[in-house]
Design a protein around this ligand. Structure first.
Ligand code: GLN
Length: 199
């Protein structure tokens, strides 16, 4: 059974632990470098990326996580977690910093103030079955992807049609939406399979 950590500094940690458990992993909260050493993969939850960025430094996890990423550890980030995995952030706070992650530019709170939260069907490449019932909460979107980044999902229609909301680069996976909130374990299963294939 793969052991998958959930970065537990801030955000919807519990929901990811439950989703990973439902997907067949052993899920453990990660707050310290020593706890990071014991995991085969890591989830960065939704929450607030500026706060998370600050806490990553306070808990001295930035360098250890960057090192594990470079070493090939699979990481999945949802929403704020996607922002933490982006090499470039628009509309971020000047002092916020992400990991050595996915070559992409994301825009924070991109879907606009009028629609803080909304739901839309999103089909994910490589995941069979019905489209995801994707829940977006002050979500980012991906404005640019670099070389080697695979677009896995885009908003299908409506005013945000075509916006990129799921990507993968090697062992790094990110979604703008929160599959951990809807009881649909398929995305976590996809990630658990990725961790299994890597470990
Ligand atoms: N707007 C938040 C941020 O900038 C992300 C929101 C979320 O994770 N639901 O970090």
């Amino acid at each position: 059974t793969p052991v998958i950590g959930v970065l537990a500094l801030q955000g919807d940690v519990r929901e990811h632990v439950a989703a990973l458990t439902a997907a067949g992993a052993q899920a453990v909260p990660v707050r310290r470098p020593r706890e990071l050493e014991a995991v085969d993969g890591l989830v960065i939850p939704g929450g607030e990326s500026t706060t998370m960025s600050r806490l990553v430094d306070v808990f001295e996890l930035r360098e250890p996580i960057d090192k594990r990423i470079v070493g090939g550890m699979p990481v999945y980030g949802s929403c704020a977690g996607m922002i933490m995995l982006a090499t470039e952030v628009l509309d971020g706070r000047p002092d916020q910093r992400g990991f050595d992650g996915i070559s992409m530019t994301v825009r924070r709170n991109a879907f606009g103030r009028q629609v803080d939260s909304f739901e839309a069907p999103v089909t994910i490449t490589g995941i069979a079955g019905d489209p995801f019932h994707a829940v977006f909460i002050r979500a980012p979107w991906v404005e640019r992807v670099g070389e080697g980044v695979q677009v896995l999902g885009q908003v299908a229609d409506g005013p945000s049609a075509g916006r990129i909301v799921a990507v993968r680069q090697g062992n790094l996976l990110a979604t703008s939406f929160h599959p951990e909130l809807t009881g649909d374990a398929r995305l976590h299963r996809y990630f658990v399979d990725l961790v299994r294939a890597t470990a």
